[in-house]
Design a protein around this ligand. Structure first.
Ligand code: DX5
Ligand code: ZN
Length: 219
């Protein structure tokens, strides 16, 4: 599985977003991680599907959309229509997770499932054959700059083993507290897509931060 770094624009300057995206786009990345928060599912508010539509017009980078919202069953298709390449829904927020994942795929996007730190891998088992990607939260969702939860490394490993046992091929992504140390443990456990917000955008040279992450996993 290819190794990807997905810089999270949550830590970029929203009033000058394209400037920050341009600072990182020539680092060999292929995707941006876009955090949608509604102030209900998580205690923070960011933006809605218009942001995805506008980014889709302004950059050729793939848009990895992390929906931290209530009622994703209603809103997820809107984000696929807006041009999101991967639409990721929290298992904890969805009533009909099987249906919403099918709908995302029907709109031509890739379907992703997200698990909060307290949600066991087993809870995802029935929908794993449908998904292109599973995102393991390595912090409580809602804010950038939080500390990595080390127990999540075992969870990544458990998911990777289950994937291999079931003969499936989905990507495993980790999100929260990823830096040049924590990325190594996550990669060794089986993750291949790494979201990094503050580690990339809080630094004066975002490209060198991406390079440090890639180097840490032997790329
Ligand atoms: C947190 C978001 C993350 C956030 C990660 O709820 O899902 O994508 O941007 O930020 P860092 O990398 O700073 O932990
Ligand atoms: Zn995220």
């Amino acid at each position: 599985m290819s190794i990807e770094i997905a810089p999270s624009i949550l830590s970029a300057n929203f009033s000058n977003l394209m400037q920050d995206i341009n600072k990182v786009k020539d680092s060999g990345i292929h995707m941006l991680h876009v955090d949608v928060m509604d102030g209900h599912f998580v205690p923070n508010i960011t933006f809605g599907s218009k942001m995805i539509a506008d980014l889709h017009k302004s950059t050729s980078l793939k848009l990895d959309c992390h929906l931290m919202i209530d009622n994703p069953d209603k809103f997820a298709p809107e984000f696929a229509k807006a041009g999101g390449d991967v639409i990721m829904v929290h298992l904890e927020a969805s009533v009909h997770i099987y249906r919403v994942l099918q709908e995302i795929k029907n709109f031509g996007a890739k379907a992703g499932l997200v698990l909060n730190p307290g949600t066991p891998v087993d809870a995802a088992r029935e929908v794993l054959p449908l998904v292109d990607q599973v995102l393991i939260m390595t912090v409580n969702p809602g804010f950038g700059g939080q500390k990595f939860i080390p127990q999540m490394v075992n969870k990544v490993q458990e998911l990777a083993e289950l994937r291999d046992n079931l003969g499936l091929k989905f990507n495993i992504e980790v999100d929260g507290g990823i830096n040049d140390i924590t990325i190594k443990d996550c990669a060794a456990a089986g993750a291949n897509i790494f979201v990094a917000g503050s580690y990339v955008f809080d630094a004066s040279d975002p490209i060198s931060q991406v390079n440090k992450l890639l180097a840490a996993v032997g790329q």
